[in-house]
Design a protein around this ligand. Structure first.
Ligand code: ADP
Ligand code: MG
Length: 420
């Protein structure tokens, strides 16, 4: 991210002929396990990664907001107080967050902004939450509201839900704001104010394999899955699929019907895999890591139907590739990326092999990115010649993941009920 700060500041000055008064940054994230579980109050295991959205800003009271992004030549211009500000543009993600602060009674000025990013967009690495969380950090600092980590994550989520029209869950902003260097975050969405830290094994790398297929989560597929999960929970007589065991799902198979049965089976089994994956990472149990990731991919593909042909092809290629411990679809799905865990020294060979085979089998270019687990979003005013002062803007309370198997707190209801 440090290498993006300088260029972002320069691009801001090119456009506005003055230096920014603040720079905020937020990482993307990759989820190691627990897909489409967050909106059913389940478990997730994300990692903030060393790809960032960086935004340089300056307040412009009395003028209109004028926001540039490096991914488009044209700025978006609007009055921030207008609920329709930035309509039908990328700026809705930032406006959505600004309006959460306005709703909470804060005065929000118009701003000049320049957005730079090296997170592939629409690739399942949460460029959208990086954008909302960077704005959330900015407004939290500038208003001196001092909202805590969970409140800020909820504001970022609400901004995306209400203004970008994507009914995304809470995992992405939690990971983007709360990421911890070298660790994955095991989060119980029923109690999201803190997380269980899972140290990642040394000598292994998290690798993102971007299929190049782009989802459009606003197109309705994502919303359809959230509705199907809610309907399955209701049919099972439980508030959330989190409260359901695999035994419940099997017992209700004929009553549920095929599609609701498979949707429920994915979410419930994925919760179990997430807890097992955290354990397997801590114990460096490579066989379990690989098996769980494969099972998760197949469950997303067959039961939850959020994969696509290219992602399935990529999975097969990764599973067979040199140095690969495991691989699965990550993020919202319908294209996007796979996450693989590989032996670090095998990266050059893994990358070459995956790219070549994927091109051969699909005719499409893959992007293979080696990622590091990093800290969450931050803010800096220290600009110009001084080295910037960089540290996470908010911190979540954390505890270590409870390694001992079968001793999960009873509050993790699905797991204490014979699931493991
Ligand atoms: P992702 O998996 O990357 O989060 P989404 O579809 O949820 O995919 O979000 C992508 C959208 O976020 C883009 O279409 C754009 O509106 C917005 N976005 C992400 N990064 C940027 C950026 N650097 N500049 C402008 N808009 C961005
Ligand atoms: Mg997104």
């Amino acid at each position: 991210m440090l290498q993006l700060l300088g260029p972002t500041r320069i691009r801001f000055m090119d456009h506005f002929e003055e230096p920014p008064h603040a720079i905020v940054y937020a990482p993307g994230r990759v989820n190691l396990m627990g897909e489409h579980t967050d909106y059913q109050e389940g478990f997730v295991l994300p990692v903030a990664i060393n790809r960032y959205v960086v935004i340089a800003l300056h307040q412009a009271p009395g003028a209109q907001s004028r926001w540039f992004t490096s991914s488009s030549l044209r700025p978006v211009t609007f009055d921030i107080s207008n609920p329709d500000a930035g309509k039908d543009t990328w700026a809705r993600y930032g406006v959505g967050v600004a309006h959460q602060f306005i709703k909470a009674g804060h005065a929000i000025d118009d701003t000049r902004a320049f957005v730079e990013s090296n997170i592939p967009v629409g690739a399942g690495l949460s460029s959208s939450a990086a954008l909302t969380c960077a704005f959330a950090v900015y407004y939290n600092e500038i208003t001196q509201a001092k909202y805590d980590a969970l409140t800020l994550a909820k504001m970022a989520q609400a901004g995306e839900n209400e203004f970008a029209g994507v009914p995304c869950g809470l995992m992405d902003p939690l990971a983007v704001l709360g990421g911890e260097a070298g660790c994955a975050m095991f989060i119980d969405l029923r109690d999201p104010g803190h997380y269980h830290s899972v140290k990642l094994p040394e000598g292994f790398s998290i690798v993102v394999c971007d299929t190049g297929i782009r989802h459009d989560l606003g197109s309705g597929d994502y919303a359809k899955r959230t509705a199907e999960s809610a309907a399955a929970a209701k049919a099972l007589g439980k508030p959330m699929l989190r409260d359901v065991t695999l035994g419940d799902v099997e017992a209700a198979k004929s009553q549920l019907g095929d599609v609701p049965y498979r949707r429920a089976r994915h979410v419930v089994s994925e919760n179990k895999r997430t807890a097992l994956m955290a354990n397997a990472l801590l114990k460096q149990d490579l066989a379990s890591i690989g098996g769980l990731m494969k099972e998760s991919h197949l469950s997303q593909s067959h039961d939850y139907e959020v994969s696509c042909q290219e992602a399935d092809t990529m999975a097969e290629i990764c599973w067979a590739a040199e140095g690969c411990i495991g691989a699965r679809l990550t993020g919202g799905g319908f294209g996007g990326s796979l996450v693989a865990i590989i032996r670090s020294e095998a990266f050059p060979q893994f990358s070459a092999e995956v790219s070549e085979r994927y091109l051969g089998q699909t005719g499409k270019q893959a992007k293979v990115l080696q990622c590091a687990a990093v800290n969450g979003a931050g803010f800096t005013r220290d600009l110009g010649t001084e080295p910037p002062h960089i540290e996470p803007h908010v911190r979540f309370r954390k505890t270590l993941f409870p390694l001992a198997e079968y001793t999960y707190p009873t509050a993790w209801s699905g797991l204490s009920d014979g699931l493991l």
